[in-house]
Design a protein around this ligand. Structure first.
Ligand code: ATP
Length: 344
């Protein structure tokens, strides 16, 4: 593997990171939590399954390191294993902010439903702000894998986007990871119909906007968008015009909800040209968030208490759905048990 030239701080194994724990795993790599010895704070490290595409990855990482937005996960540096004779065995990863409350998907599972309205509206506004920031960069970054497991939550349940640009890099890699059908379905649900139609399909801004429309439904309903999880069937049904069930959303439940429902319908329109830009989405999401903003502190307090009680009550097992596992004797392959039963 060629060593990429980059200006990002490099973290070399064992030099500065200790107390490693494995906290999750996805298609691109494993996520670990570790303590930075000198900074005295926790960081998250994403170790890539494969080193192909590392240079592309580092270019994007560098952009995000320099840029920075409150709703986009900060990349702190690059991680490299030390002193390997065989350079192809060097493992590369991204060192990122550690997000105390895991992902939005974790929250949905823990609550078994949606968060209170004020928090729901803050989350969807923050996601739109983060996406708009990525699209406004020069050159822009398309996310291409926007879904609940790629929205992370800090200790006050503020949302930050992660994994932006990784989908493109994984596709350009010669070793694209073959997902199991059930796992692939988690991503397929958020992909637009045009992605399944032609081999000449090129993703663009409207691809992310479509995913955002589906994500809006998922956040509001507090569950996964479709009640079946077979990727091939999903592809067919989405192309035929199927979308998440709108009759299950009652627009009279919260002020401004009908505006968000109108927005989601626009975002998931089959015609990419009809879909709005994120800057237009923010106009809607910010206005609705403003109607509920004053109740956010109470909502956050209630949910954090609920999560902490749940964690205490199952203290012998994992905190929420994220089971940390101390890393001893090298990096082992780890797959979190997934419970992706789609229920409506
Ligand atoms: P895929 O990458 O295949 O789309 P995924 O998004 O679930 O799947 P990862 O991005 O590897 O996979 O993340 C796995 C889990 O690790 C997340 O759902 C989240 O719980 C946790 N996680 C990821 N990044 C962080 C972070 N920076 N801080 C804390 N937890 C994280």
């Amino acid at each position: 593997m060629d060593q990429p030239i980059c200006l990002l701080p490099t973290f070399v194994s064992d030099d500065c990171l200790e107390s490693w724990q494995l906290i999750g795993s996805g298609g691109f790599g494993q996520i670990h939590r570790a303590k930075h010895k000198k900074w005295g704070m926790d960081v998250a490290i994403k170790l890539l399954h494969y080193n192909d595409g590392t240079e592309d990855l580092l270019r994007e990482a560098e952009l995000m390191h320099q840029g920075g937005n409150p709703n986009v996960l900060r990349i702190l540096g690059v991680y490299k294993t030390q002193g390997q004779a065989d350079v192809s065995a060097i493992q590369v990863g991204l060192v990122m902010e550690y997000m105390e409350r895991g992902s939005l998907a974790d929250l949905q599972k823990a609550l078994n439903g949606p968060p209170p309205w004020p928090l729901t509206f803050r989350i969807i506004n923050q996601i739109a702000l983060g996406m708009n920031f990525l699209h406004q960069l020069n050159p822009p970054i398309l996310h291409l894998d926007l879904k609940p497991s790629n929205v992370l939550l800090d200790d006050s349940l503020n949302a930050k986007l992660t994994d932006f640009g990784l989908a493109k890099i994984a596709k350009s890699s010669s070793k694209v990871i073959e997902d199991k059908d059930e796992e692939a379905a988690g991503t397929t649900s958020y992909m637009p119909p045009e992605a399944f139609g032609s081999s000449r399909y090129v993703p663009n801004f409207s691809t992310d906007v479509y995913s955002y429309g589906i994500l809006l439904w998922s956040v509001i309903a507090g569950k996964q968008p479709y009640d079946f999880n077979i990727s091939s069937l999903l592809r067919f049904r989405i192309r035929e015009g199927d979308r998440p069930n709108l009759t299950s959303l009652d627009s009279s439940q919260a002020d401004g909800l009908s505006n968000v429902i109108d927005l989601m319908k626009c975002c998931w329109d089959s015609d990419p040209k009809i879909r709005p830009k994120f800057i237009d989405c923010i106009e809607v999401t910010k206005n609705v968030y403003d109607l509920h903003r004053q109740h956010v502190p109470d909502a956050v307090h209630t949910i954090l208490k609920q999560l902490d009680n749940k964690e205490k009550s199952c203290s012998s097992s994992a905190p929420l759905s994220r089971k940390p596992q101390t890393l001893k004797g090298g990096l082992k392959q780890h797959k979190e048990p997934t419970k992706k039963t789609l229920a409506t």
